[in-house]
Ligand binder design. Structure first.
Ligand code: ZN
Length: 347
């Protein structure tokens, strides 16, 4: 099932400590200001400098490239943003790239392109294949549990992606370049099944759970390219709600929370195993209640009531949000169901 090649991925321990021995010198470590103090001691005199990410705006990053110190390789160290910016720099400067995710929050380590924002909208640009992705068990286990668990969003979203793909096909709205392909759907479903079978281990963030989620993300990260730059097998209504919430609120989310909310809402709109998806999200220990992600039900309501307009304006591929007439009663149903699912659940 993992027959489409993903990036070389190494599991183990003390993997960050070995990076100074292998990265071409001098190396630039692209990371975040809260992470750097935790990892600084691993690096030596060949460090060109830490680059602390403070933007994922594409135009701003173009200017940043000109100001980087001389370096001959790039090390990405962090969650999605650090790894994405590391990819962008490696691409702009044509330098070897080593990726070390510090959590399982997103599949950024395993994808060729970078999800940058241009005038507030996401665009996937660049091309970067790392020498290797280093998944250090101790490093991952040190990240906040919610951040790690929320990485299931990158896999469970296949469910809503496929529902949207079928929906568009049934209505004759499919793009000519992306005809419905049952073999691709089956392959993605097989990957999703490995994660659905590992929800308890992922919740625990034990080695088995880390391997299950990271290997699934390895497939998914490379899938956009491997499936011919076709996002339909891997993304749909799930991520669209996240994009809308980010656009409307300006909040910097833990990716998996709004995406998992999007998985549930999308499943409900499609009337396709919604309760099962919600239970899987709760079982993995991901909290999708708005207050857990720093927004309110009012924000969710605003985003949902305006989804039709949003997906059309953003030029997103055709799916349930292009047609669904979402009203306050639907939003209230989402709220009741979500709140009920977390009743008595300790996270
Ligand atoms: Zn995602």
């Amino acid at each position: 099932m993992f027959d489409r090649p993903g990036f070389t991925t190494i599991f183990g321990r003390n993997l960050i400590g070995e990076l100074p021995n292998i990265a071409h010198r001098p190396y630039l470590v692209v990371t975040m200001d809260d992470l750097w103090p935790l990892f600084e001691h691993h690096f030596d005199d060949h460090l060109a400098g830490p680059y602390l990410v403070n933007t994922i705006d594409g135009d701003e990053l173009e200017d940043e490239v000109a100001r980087l110190p001389h370096c001959r390789s790039i090390i990405g160290l962090g969650g999605g943003q650090a790894l994405d910016v590391a990819k962008f720099f490696a691409w702009k400067l044509q330098l070897p790239l080593f990726q070390a995710p510090t959590s399982m929050s997103v599949n950024a380590a395993f994808g060729h392109r970078t999800g940058l924002r241009f005038k507030g909208n996401v665009r996937y640009v660049c091309w970067a294949v790392p020498e290797a992705v280093y998944v250090d068990y101790d490093v991952i286990q040190n990240a906040p549990p919610l951040v790690n668990r929320s990485g299931i969003c990158e896999i469970l979203c296949y469910h809503t992606a496929h529902a949207d793909w079928r929906y568009a096909e049934e209505r004759g709205k499919l793009e000519g370049k992306w005809p419905y392909d049952q073999a691709m759907v089956d392959e993605a479903q097989a990957v999703m099944a490995t994660v659905m079978d590992a929800l308890d281990d992922i919740r625990e963030v034990n080695e088995k759970g880390i391997r299950a989620l990271m290997l699934a993300n390895r497939w998914g990260g490379a899938a956009f390219h491997n499936l011919g730059w076709n996002p339909r097998p891997i993304e749909g209504a799930d991520h669209f709600l996240f994009y809308a919430l980010e656009y409307h609120t300006g909040v910097k989310f833990i990716h998996g929370q709004p995406v998992c909310l999007g998985i549930y809402v999308g499943s409900l709109l499609h009337d396709d195993r919604a309760q099962e998806m919600l239970e899987a999200i709760v079982r993995a220990g991901v909290d999708i209640r708005p207050e857990a992600m720093g927004i309110s039900w009012g924000d969710v309501s605003h985003a949902l009531l305006n989804m039709r307009e949003f997906v059309r304006q953003a030029g997103l591929w055709y799916g349930i949000y292009h047609d669904a007439e979402i009203d306050q009663a639907f939003v209230d149903t989402v709220r009741v169901n979500v709140e009920a699912a977390y009743q008595g659940v300790a996270l």
